[in-house]
Design a protein around this ligand. Structure first.
Ligand SMILES: NC(=O)c1ccc[n+]([C@@H]2O[C@H](COP(=O)([O-])OP(=O)(O)OC[C@H]3O[C@@H](n4cnc5c(N)ncnc54)[C@H](O)[C@@H]3O)[C@@H](O)[C@H]2O)c1
Length: 402
């Protein structure tokens, strides 16, 4: 990956590279799946200065999508995934529907390429284990592109927690509201939010962001959960909830609520509050400066009044491309310097396990503990939890006027 780039070479022009000559280190990625996520990942790298990531190939089963993406992004396209994997790429960026995450990871690992794959890690906990085993066996790196672990705004919160500005966190809430076109729920042929291809509704789709972020910020683990699932749109039974509310209790005692929805009518945004024995943090991605910190510890920039640190941020869609750039270039750096990613596949699997715990609790209709889930999983597979889930979802659409 360390190659000499002569100035004015055709290669540098093709790659849109501004370096005039000298050594450049980068990782060649092939994109598998050229839909919505491919747009923000490629936009992120387009916006990077001298990126250590180059997209040198792409493939999508949908020929029209592939051609449009390849032309607009000037990334060479391949006729099959096999052809792409036979090319000289070092890694694949996998951006496909959830039910394909494990099988495509297996094929990529078998071809000896590193794997960066979008969240959620997989549709089942057993598939998460397979992905860990397959990449380990092939000796390639695996990271889940969990943008909430890489957002600079969340780095600021993590830093405040680490500095002790909040003291011991005992309370919090986090929200993601995403406006999706109603057809994503109403059209049975769109894979998003289906049980069989997506794994579940808004909670399965958006929830892993929240769990991965909270587990990291609190440096703790979920011990129990309660959950409500609702539909505000009259989607078919093959589609999961469009909104969810989860109450979590962490091992360190913190009580946190997680609210996600894919039908709220505002540009996509996220917000989080954490409250501790010494201070609080308020975050909202629709703000230009997304984080406010307050502490009663003396002698800090946040003492006795709200202070918003300067951080690279932009309301949606900006924060998506920022996070994609940070996570993609971080993974490339791990490959170049042979480091294990600090966001481990095991942590990504724990985020999926937290989601399964929430669904398990919704089905039970009362609080469920992680210990209980572990006992259940000794006798059943994780997918069995989702059986009959449509009956659990509250159908609220009868009185809704959209
Ligand atoms: N981080 C985020 O906030 C975020 C946002 C959107 C999507 N995502 C994730 O990105 C992934 C993709 O979601 P999306 O919204 O881009 O979906 P999408 O439907 O827009 O795109 C998926 C693409 O994969 C292609 N595809 C299907 N099977 C394939 C195969 N076997 N080989 C190659 N291509 C195949 C489809 O034709 C489609 O173009 C999912 O894991 C999703 O959860 C993450």
């Amino acid at each position: 990956m360390k190659i000499y780039i002569p100035s004015e070479s055709l290669f540098t022009k093709d790659m849109n590279c501004e370096i005039e000559g000298g050594f450049l280190e980068f990782v060649k990625f092939g994109i598998i799946g050229c839909g919505a996520a491919a747009e923000f990942h490629s936009a992120g790298i387009e916006g990077a200065e001298n990126p250590n990531v180059k997209f040198t190939g792409c493939f999508d089963v949908n020929k029209e999508v592939l051609e449009t993406f390849s032309k607009s992004k000037r990334i060479p396209r391949y006729n099959s995934m096999e052809e792409l994997l036979e090319s000289d790429i070092d890694a694949a960026l996998i951006l496909v529907p959830h039910y394909l995450h494990a099988t495509i990871t297996k094929a990529v690992a078998k071809a000896g390429k590193h794997v960066l794959i979008e969240k959620p890690m997989a549709m089942t906990l057993e598939q998460c284990d397979e992905m860990i085993a397959d990449t380990k066996k092939a000796g390639v790196k695996l990271m889940i592109a969990e943008n909430h672990r890489f957002l600079p705004a969340h780095g600021v919160i993590k830093d405040a927690v680490k500095r002790g500005l909040l003291g011991d966190v005992f309370l919090g809430r986090t929200y993601e509201g995403a406006f999706c076109d109603a057809s994503e729920f109403l059209d049975p042929d769109i894979w998003h939010f289906t049980y069989d291809k997506g794994g579940g509704g808004a909670l399965f789709d958006q929830g892993p962001h929240k769990m991965a972020m909270l587990n990291w910020l609190l440096d703790s683990e979920v011990v129990s959960a309660q959950c409500w699932l609702g539909k505000a749109l009259p989607s078919p039974p093959t589609k999961g909830e469009d909104s969810a509310m989860v109450f979590l209790r962490y091992k360190n005692g913190a009580m946190i609520d997680v609210v996600v929805s894919s039908t709220t009518v505002h540009p996509l945004t996220n917000s989080t509050e954490l409250h501790g024995t010494k201070g609080s943090v308020f975050e909202d991605h629709s703000w230009e400066l997304p984080v406010k910190i307050y502490t009663n510890l003396p002698d800090t920039e946040h003492s006795y009044e709200y202070h918003s640190p300067q951080v690279e941020h932009s309301p949606f869609p900006g924060y998506y491309t920022i996070a994609a750039r940070v996570e993609d270039t971080y993974f490339a750096d791990c490959i170049i310097n042979d480091k294990e990613p600090e966001f481990t596949p095991q942590q990504a699997k724990e985020a999926v396990a937290d989601i399964y715990l929430a669904y398990y609790a919704a089905k039970k209709g009362e609080t469920a503990t992680m210990d209980e889930l572990r006992q259940y999983l000794k006798k059943h597979d994780s997918l069995s939890i989702m059986k009959g889930m449509d009956k659990v979802v509250q159908k609220n659409f009868g009185s809704m006027r959209w």
